[in-house]
Write a protein that binds this ligand. Sequence first.
Ligand code: NAD
Ligand code: WQD
Length: 340
Amino acid sequence: MTTLITGGCGYIGSHTLVNLLEQQPQRDVLVLDNLSNSSETALQRVSELVGRPIELVVGDIRDKDTLTRLLKQNQVDTVIHFAGLKAVGESVNQPLDYYSNNVYGSLVLLEAMQEVGVNKLIFSSSATVYGTPKQLPITEQAPTGGIMNPYGRTKWHIEHILQDVCTAIPDFTAISLRYFNPVGAHSSGRIGEDPKDTPNNLMPYITQVAVGRRPRLTVFGDDYDTIDGTGVRDYIHVMDLAAGHSAALERLSQIGAGFHAINLGTGRGYSVLEIIRAFEAASGQRIDYGIGPRRSGDIASCYAANDKARQLLNWQATRGLDEMCTDAWHWQQNNPNGYT
Ligand code: NAD
Ligand code: WQD
């Protein structure tokens, strides 16, 4: 039996493949990716790291014929669904692209799975579904919604679609992994995060300043109600996040049918200034920065309660902030222009 990985050439997909094939070498995998935000080189490097070829089908999750054929021909029994668009700012200007790739794409995938009888799915959700949290740390029981941008709303809609599918198909199992802030890279420095344009997220922006691609970082606001006024987030090493997927895949059959939302975070928050200082210490590089206005839609603080992941997946993050920064820098230093 085979696991289909949609979006497997991307940042989180590529790291997950490395962890998964190291942990479960007997597993067959197949990647479907339209390469809209990634490079085939990432998958070649994953193959080098794990010492085996990985089949890539270049195609779109919205192409149902391709999907049904792949599911049938490869006897797929599980799907890890990473494919989608993820830039918050872009989603405000191009909402239809986001609803099409993320929501419609997930619908087509679910239709194909239903047609072929594949009933196990792991979905890439996000802490963004919690909107502005009322309590910290955020548990999975916290209310969702009140989301400020189309990207976040696509994740929220897809979670509801998955819940409805689980109600309609009693033996369908969906694990929705709500990621906090993935950062870092594989320790080899061979794979990592490679934003196509100006990075939207803090860590890749910092590494691009460090490597000389950007002159300086703007810190978005220092007047939040936090330890030093800057935003606090739960940064998680991408290899820990990857291990969370392997754990979820291993437990898909025992966890019980239905919809399971599970946070993947460390449970600890750091401010923007703490991240800058940790990165400077880990890399030996000075990060030039200035304080700017708040970014529209940002919240003050966000970090995860991770008891559910510990209980249901027997998983917890093991890598600290120093390792996140060291590995992010190692990747950026070795690949100043990403995969190109
Ligand atoms: P990424 O852009 O690096 O990877 C997504 C992959 O999906 C890319 O390889 C892209 O080419 C592919 N893709 C996009 N649309 C597709 C389509 N219609 N058909 C086929 N392939 C398509 O992003 P990532 O950081 O690896 O994120 C993976 C998933 O996790 C996404 O769904 C994202 O929304 C979610 N997520 C990411 C973060 C984060 O901070 N990186 C946080 C929470 C959730
Ligand atoms: C972190 C902190 C910023 C850039 C986003 C999405 C979320 C998820 C992860 C996909 C905040 C500050 C940032 C910069 C800064 N993605 N910052 N200067 O906003 O927590 O989450 O990515 O699902 O949905 O919303 O992450 O890395 O953008 O920001 O000061 O140039 O860094 O204000 O406090 P965020 P981020």
